[in-house]
Each structure stands twice: as C-alpha cells, then as structure tokens.
Design a protein around this ligand. Structure first.
Ligand code: LLP
Length: 421
C-alpha cells in the first residue's frame, strides 16, 4: 500500500497534487511520501515484535538525507556500504550505535572514519578485510565489533545481478569455512566478534530461500557457540521483494517474513538485525516525467518522455518493470493505447517499456513511474549531460525539495580545464 492515489482524477502524493509539484520544480522529479516510508518501516517493527531487534534501513536503496532522517527519527538503524553513506547517515542524526557497515570492500580509510565516529558493527566479508580491520582498530586503540558475513549457498531465485547468496557470488565467506574464520577472528585483539551476518539477494518474492538461509545460520550459531564464541547478534540482511506489477500475485508480507525469522532463529536469544531497503522505500516514491513528443512510427507509437535511463536505470539495466500511469486519470471508458515508452538518450536501451497499454496521452502531459523510490535517484547519472533530477518529500499537505536540480552552470563547472589547454 502507498499514499499515491487519485483524487478527483488527479494523482496525489498524500495531500499534494502532483501537477502542483511539477509546476514548482519542473520535470522530471522524484517524489517520496513520508506516510508510506513510515508505514513500511512500522510493518517491519511489527513483524519482529517480541524479539529484541533493530530494523536497519538499507540506504543504498534511497540515500537522501531527508529520507534517512525520516526513518532515523522513527528509531531505525541504518545499513551503510560506504563512508559516504556513513557520513550521510550521521548528518541525518543517526547515532553510530545504530549504524551497521556492510560491503565487500571497505577501505582502511573507511574503517578508520567509522571507528572514530562510532559504529554498531562491521559486517566483515573476507579474511583480508578482517585482518585490515584488526590493524586499523589497534592503531586507534579500539576494538571493532564485527559480524562475519557467511555465504550460505542458497539460491535466492531472483534476477542474477542481484542474487548474492550462491557460492559463485563475491559475497561473504563460505559457510563451511566459518568455524576456521571465526577462530582466527576471535584471536585478533582488535576485533570483538558479536554475531553472524547473511544477505542472500534482493527482490525475493518467495520466503523459502530466506527460510533455508536462516536455518543454516541457526545451525551455525549453535555450532559457533559450542566452539566458545559469544554469538549475540544475527544480521539477516534485506531482500524482501515488492509488487512492481499490481496485476501479479503479491509477494509475501513483512509479517510472513517475520514469522520465518521467529521460526528459524527466534529461540536463540540473539538480537535480530534486518536490512530492508526496497520494501521501505520502493513504493514510497514516484518518478514524474512529462511527455515531450508522441512519435507515430510505422509499426508503433513512441511516447518520448523527458525522463531517461540516466534518471531511472532499472528497466534498461535489469529489464525491470515499473508501472507507468497518467497523472490525470483518463475519462471512464477510454481504451488504453499501446506505446513504446522511451527517453531522449541516444541508445535503444533507453526504453522504459515496450507496447505498454496506457490511456492516450499527448505532448505536455505528465506520467508517473510507480515503485521508483528504491534504486531510482541513487542510481541516476548525468549521462548525456542531463542534470540529476530533483527529489521532493511530501508530508501531508506540505512538500519540500530535498535535493535541488543542479543548474547547467553547476553541472558544467565541476569539470576543470588543465593548464595546457
Ligand atoms: N543488505 C545488503 C548487504 C545488500 O547488499 C542489500 C542490497 C540490502 C541489504 C537491501 O536489499 P533490499 O531490501 O533493498 O532488497 N540495484 C538493484 C538492487 C541491488 C541490491 C543490492 N543489495 C535493483 O535496482 O533492483
């Protein structure tokens, strides 16, 4: 459920009409709903009720400081994967004690900044990384709290580019080697081994892979405890999928996911961390674009938008589906028309949808991409010298620009010309 509904035929974000935002900020733009972000965060809170837990929003899905602050102010922890994300989370007012540092290649510099600034835990992904963290912590006279990410060799049954839990993937250490790696970690004086971390992939629409992975983590917890490790936290990663197509069977709910967690690891007395990104931010955002031209081809009609693959790369990168809807609802009884919906970028890959039925629209009309709050703005680029699109946050009747569109001068002046030119 989200808070982007039609009122009197006009698409709204909460109580704000989308055309009003378009008039104020121009198109294209991303718009996020505070109510939807809040609702989705709370669903996870409810799903884990009864267990000691911390829901850590994966800010790689949406890193805007205002979005992170919205969630941080509700008590969310934050899962970061770079020092840039760490610093943004701190700017959003999230204390280090609620920040988990994930990622397969943290540099020593990143480790140092997070250790000095305060960090809940590092999720360590390899032995060389573990040894580097030990050295950095010792050089600062600190002990780094760590969980070691294990790769459970479970098929997440998702898109190959976002599956992470198979043994051929680059993530974590093979679960079969955990005993050996934990023994080495425990002997390193700069490390404090607090738990186990696992994340098997993203946009999972079936709970079975979670169940299989978490059952393996439960077995490993018992084994490592028997070997003398004080395993007190389990970070179970993110990955619960969202309904991108409203026509499809809905993916499992956070409550069902919580039941899997309780069933598999609930009796271990561990504090549970999860790292959902997409389920919190995905359906809390729209990308709004304007139709520049309708081009009638020999075989098909093209809807040419002012948004392009550089603004929302998921369709060209993963073949992902986003529902695209008109901002002004069509009159009842109007037949949808099939369009190829494309952007102005100079490659065929800049196609959002092929032969997508949409109520007829014309030049100047607004359309909205649904489910664009996750992995949308964060993956945008300035390809074709197209400035990054602005982001807007709505809260009831209010809206605010939370990232302004750069001017052409700002974009151009980031380049500099060397003295020999
Ligand atoms: N934790 C870790 C360690 C992760 O690698 C990820 C996502 C998450 C949590 C959050 O997963 P989520 O709950 O959002 O599924 N750009 C791709 C998705 C990449 C996901 C990367 N890791 C897309 O647009 O579909």
């Amino acid at each position: 459920m989200d808070h982007f509904l039609y009122r009197n035929g006009v698409l709204h974000a909460e109580d704000v009409a989308i055309p009003d935002i378009a008039a104020a900020v121009g198109t294209p733009f991303y718009v996020y709903s505070t109510a939807t972000l809040t609702r989705h965060f709370r669903l996870f809170e409810e799903a884990l009720a009864g267990l000691p837990h911390l829901v850590c929003f994966a800010m790689k899905s949406n890193g805007n400081v205002a979005v992170v602050k919205t969630l941080g102010d509700l008590g969310a922890g934050i899962d970061v994967v770079s020092v840039g994300e760490y610093l943004k989370a701190r700017t959003a007012g999230v204390p280090g004690s609620r920040i988990v540092f994930s990622g397969v290649g943290k540099s020593r510099e990143e480790m140092r900044t997070a250790l000095e600034g305060g960090i809940r835990q590092f999720n360590v992904e390899s032995e060389p990384e573990m040894r580097a963290l030990n050295e950095v912590a010792l050089s600062l006279g600190l002990r780094a709290p760590i969980a070691i990410r294990v790769n459970p060799d479970v098929d997440a049954k998702t898109h190959e580019k976002i599956a992470t839990g198979k043994k051929e993937n680059k993530f974590g250490i093979p679960i079969g080697r955990a005993s050996e790696v934990y023994a080495e970690a425990a002997a390193l004086p700069g490390l404090d081994v607090v738990g186990i971390d696992v994340h098997i992939g993203s946009q999972l629409t079936d709970l079975q892979p979670f169940e299989a992975a978490y059952a393996k983590v439960a077995d490993l917890t018992r084994q490592l405890r028997a070997e003398g490790h004080d395993i007190r936290r389990l970070d179970l990663g993110g990955g619960l999928g969202i309904p991108y197509e409203r026509t499809n069977a809905a993916p499992p709910l956070p409550l069902d996911y919580g039941a899997v967690i309780k069933r598999t690891v609930g009796d271990l007395g561990c504090e549970i961390e999860i790292e959902p990104g997409r389920l919190i931010s995905g359906n809390a955002g729209l990308l709004v674009a304007q139709v520049i031209y309708v081009k009638s081809g020999e075989e098909r009609d093209f809807l040419i938008l002012d948004a392009a693959m550089n603004d929302l790369v998921r369709p060209s990168m993963y073949g992902a589906h986003h529902d695209i809807v008109p901002v002004i609802e069509s009159a009842p009884g109007v037949e949808p028309h099939p369009y190829d919906i494309v952007g102005p970028v100079c490659e065929t890959g800049d196609t959002f949808a092929r032969q997508r039925p949409l109520s007829p629209v014309g030049e100047g009309d607004l359309v909205a991409f649904r489910s664009a709050g996750a992995y949308g703005a964060v993956m945008a680029s300035e390809y074709n010298a197209r400035p990054l699109v602005p982001e807007v946050l709505v809260h009831g009747h209010q809206f605010a620009v939370i990232r302004a569109r750069p001017t052409y001068d700002e974009m151009i002046n980031r380049d500099s010309i060397p003295s020999w030119l």
